[in-house]
Design a protein around this ligand. Structure first.
Ligand SMILES: NC(=O)C1=CN([C@@H]2O[C@H](COP(=O)(O)OP(=O)(O)OC[C@H]3O[C@@H](n4cnc5c(N)ncnc54)[C@H](OP(=O)(O)O)[C@@H]3O)[C@@H](O)[C@H]2O)[C@H](O)CC1
Ligand code: K
Length: 546
């Protein structure tokens, strides 16, 4: 089965660590040794020939991991220099520090010492991890700035981060004390080795850019996750990364990709895969809705109808012929059409026009169909509290940050603030709060997309490697994909998650030079790859092909 990856908060991580140590079956020293070994192994994998390493050890257990890394690299023939603090760390870190001191010295952890020392192949950042609570200051801030290139980009050492780039809040991906949009000097790691599971900060905010290649090392805590967080088997996973694979243990669909093959026990006919309606706008505004409609067709909706105003109908006469067209002049015409219950998913917003969207939305929401709200209708929503109150659990809102700020100005303002305390307010918190407030799934778009359900479940999809996806109409295509998946019967959270995954994979496949028109026709290739991955990686579980 394609598997998503459960994402844990730093508080959950600490709870699991404590439970593991309290069990007496594993000690903090064991965990520290395993963590340090995971980092050292990853370094040796990337630098097979022993080189020179500088290890920066902070005041706590992250620093303790660093002392383990130093010892293991030294044992593998590396020339190791350690910069550390003269504090008394906790017992585990103190023991690892003592073991290092039997091998080598510890220079003061100062920017001057770092800058004036010998060049190294790798600089191991073991200053702060999950214990960062406030913005770094003084010498440590100067060191982090040096790691971030304050001395000039070409003086930026090759950083390997232990658990996370120091100074980064692992729950939000923000650098404490720095603007959220970056611009300050922060350690840009070549590689980050995290432990047990990714944290939100590895996947949202500045995290994906600062972490570089992310490796999540298993240090033997899985079983305590089962016990401490009563395991994924017993509870819905609250936070999941849609990466690299994808799985939604949803009652109706054991794995949504299994439903994408249009294999149906009850005979595969068009109505068994739903009927999507895309509400289009007036004259000369039809392109966006046609992108959405084409995407809904390509992702497998059984039927797709585009519904412009009468005076714009003639503009929708072009291909694809599979697309049905029907003039919808007003709310009355929409209600007449929705009398056909087979229309089970609607997309409103792309190219619809703000006024028209506002006129149609109230009746559309009363019809309680699975509905994707994007673009113009989000502006209409932000101007009308009654419409907002009409949202329901089968709605998916797909705002970008600008639209989100119009819909939830107070939440967006908090995201503008420079964070000084950890855990900092994050895009994940904002999306969850918005979903709970409006009672609908909120997909907050960006290279780090967060999808939040009103009940608190959320998914994160990071796609920082496809900047060309930020092109006119790409949002219209995403809205259409999600509508098509809703028509196929996926739940709003699953449809939004899978649509996001397929949307990014299509863009990745196409590459630079992409325009939104290219995206829908790449979907079949992405679906084939997902199915191949699913069939090759799935255990032989006979999935009900519905
Ligand atoms: N995840 C696991 O299973 C394992 C994780 N390990 C490693 O342990 C760290 C977490 O260690 P911890 O000691 O809790 O915290 P840190 O090492 O990240 O931070 C050390 C202390 O630094 C102080 N602090 C916080 N912010 C600042 C700041 N801005 N300036 C100065 N000092 C700061 C804080 O103490 P205070 O009392 O001063 O608040 C921190 O306690 C984890 O990331 C892993 O690397 C285990 O070793 C292996 C298993
Ligand atoms: K670190």
């Amino acid at each position: 089965m394609l598997k998503g990856t459960e994402v844990l908060t730093t508080a959950q991580m600490r709870a699991i660590e404590s439970a593991a140590m309290a069990s007496g079956q594993v000690t903090g020293l064991d965990l520290m040794e395993r963590a340090g070994r995971a980092v050292a192994d990853q370094i040796r994998l990337r630098w097979p020939k022993a080189g020179r390493a500088t290890v920066l050890c902070g005041p706590g257990n992250n620093g303790g991991d660093g002392y383990v890394v130093a010892r293991l690299l030294h044992r593998a023939g590396w020339q190791v220099r350690v910069l550390g603090m003269d504090n008394t760390p906790g017992p585990d870190a103190a023991e690892m520090k003592r073991q290092w001191q039997m091998i080598g010295g510890i220079a003061p952890l100062t920017e001057r010492e770092l800058r004036n020392g010998p060049e190294s192949d790798a600089c191991v950042d073991a200053i702060f991890g999950t214990g960062l609570t406030r913005a770094p200051e003084g010498e440590i801030a100067a060191i982090l700035a040096h790691l971030g290139g304050s001395g000039g980009r070409d003086h930026r050492p090759c950083v390997v981060s232990v658990d996370c780039p120091s100074g980064m809040c692992m729950d939000s991906g923000a650098m404490l004390g720095q603007p959220r949009t970056g611009g300050g000097f922060a350690p840009h790691a070549r590689l980050t080795v995290a432990f047990d599971s990714p944290k939100p900060g590895h996947l949202i905010g500045l995290g994906p850019v600062l972490c570089g290649a992310l490796v999540v090392a298993d240090i033997g805590l899985q079983s305590w996750r089962e016990r401490t967080l009563d395991g994924p088997g017993q509870r819905p996973v609250r936070l999941q990364a849609i990466w690299p694979g994808f799985d939604i243990p949803d009652q109706r669909f054991r794995s949504p990709t299994a439903t994408l093959g249009k294999h149906s026990v009850s005979g595969s006919h068009k109505y068994s895969h739903g009927h999507a309606l895309v509400l289009a706008g007036g004259p000369a505004k039809g392109g966006a809705a046609r992108l959405s409609a084409r995407a809904a067709l390509r992702i497998g909706a059984g039927l797709v109808t585009v519904g412009p105003s009468r005076e714009a109908l003639h503009e929708h006469s072009g291909p694809p012929d599979a697309l049905m067209r029907l003039a919808i002049d007003d709310a009355g015409g929409l209600c007449d059409l929705l009398a056909d219950k087979r229309i089970n998913a609607v997309c409103i917003g792309p190219g619809c026009g703000i006024g028209r969207a506002a006129d149609l939305l109230a009746d559309l929401l009363r019809a309680r169909r699975a509905t994707v709200l994007d673009a113009d209708v989000l502006t209409a929503l932000s101007r009308n509290a009654d419409l907002m109150a009409g949202l329901h659990g089968d709605c998916v809102l797909t705002p970008h940050m600008g639209e989100f700020a119009r819909l939830f100005p107070d939440l967006a303002e908090r995201l503008e603030e420079t964070p000084t305390q950890g855990p900092a307010w994050s895009k994940l918190d904002a999306a969850r709060e918005a979903a709970a407030r409006c009672g609908a799934v909120v997909l907050l778009k960006g290279p780090d997309t967060v999808i939040a359900h009103p009940d608190g479940r959320a998914r994160i999809h990071s796609a920082f490697d496809v900047p060309w996806l930020a092109t006119a109409g790409a949002g219209d295509v995403l809205a259409g994909m999600i509508t098509g998946l809703l028509a196929r019967g996926l739940t709003p959270l699953d449809a939004a998650s899978l649509g996001t995954l397929i949307h990014a994979r299509a863009a990745r496949l196409f590459g630079p030079g992409l325009i939104a028109d290219d995206l829908p026709d790449i979907v079949p290739q992405v679906l084939r790859a997902l199915q191949k991955f699913q069939s090759s990686s799935s255990v032989a579980t006979a999935l009900p092909m519905t």
